[in-house]
Design a protein around this ligand. Structure first.
Ligand code: SF4
Length: 235
């Protein structure tokens, strides 16, 4: 029996990952979304749209809404933060800039499409430096937004949590501890809170210097193969 993520405790012992396929409801966009989940998501979106925890995010798009993906998704991608020319403009995570175009190529390598996954970020608004360029989110901003990320995890109950880059991996650790090291465990599924955690590199051009798009395509191809092998996943 699978343990649900409790609202109050995140640090329970990890049982071995189930040998059985993931939740019955997973893997098909043909299944109806639980109306309660829909309601809870709408409430979360409303709270996020009204969030003013981070002073330098004033005026930025709060990138959380129906365009993030299916509430029935069994695969949750977590990236770093909306980009100035990407999600901050398009309102859709990993869409509209070169990072988004790279991500589309990688999704294709995994034989996944956006309709069957949910995409979010460690912080839901676009951090910029004084020159107006993209900046890394601060530790405080990641902390400020961690409750939103946690609520998304609780709501979706994904069997596969895929982090894109170090920031997302660290943000996840602050919610529920793990021992995953990106450089060491890239692409290797780890059991985490009775889910699979798969750490991948971020698809931004900057991150592609550290891990080429060619290698990332192979990472994503393996990710897709793993999901098809272990889940009830259907396109
Ligand atoms: S980044 Fe998150 S915590 Fe900060 S203002 Fe945006 S929604 Fe709120």
């Amino acid at each position: 029996m699978m343990k649900e993520w409790a609202d109050t405790s995140w640090e329970y012992a990890l049982p071995p990952h189930r040998a059985e396929p993931p939740l019955e409801r997973r893997g098909s966009s043909l299944l109806a979304v639980d109306p309660l989940r829909e309601q809870k998501f709408q409430r979360l979106v409303k709270n996020v749209q009204a969030c003013h925890y981070c002073p330098r995010m004033e005026g930025r798009t709060r990138v959380l809404g129906p365009a993030n993906g299916s509430l029935d998704a069994d695969i949750l991608f977590i990236a770093e933060a909306p980009g100035r020319l990407g999600a901050d403009s398009s309102g859709i995570p990993l869409m509209g800039d070169q990072t988004g175009r790279n991500f589309d190529v990688l999704l294709e390598a995994a034989q996944l499409d956006r309709r069957s996954v949910f995409i979010t970020n460690a912080v839901l608004c676009n951090p910029r430096n004084e020159q107006g360029n993209n900046a890394k989110p601060t530790t405080q901003e990641i902390q400020n937004c961690s409750n939103h990320l946690r609520e998304i995890l609780v709501l979706l109950q994904p069997s596969y949590v895929v982090t894109l880059g170090q920031i997302a991996l660290s943000a996840l650790h602050s919610i529920a501890k793990h021992e995953v090291v990106l450089a060491q465990h890239v692409g290797i599924p780890q059991s985490w809170n009775n889910r699979w955690l798969i750490a991948l590199y971020h698809p931004s051009p900057r991150a592609c210097i550290r891990r080429s798009l060619t290698l990332q395509k192979e990472d994503f191809r393996c990710l897709g193969a793993f999901i098809r092998k272990t889940g009830h996943f259907e396109e």
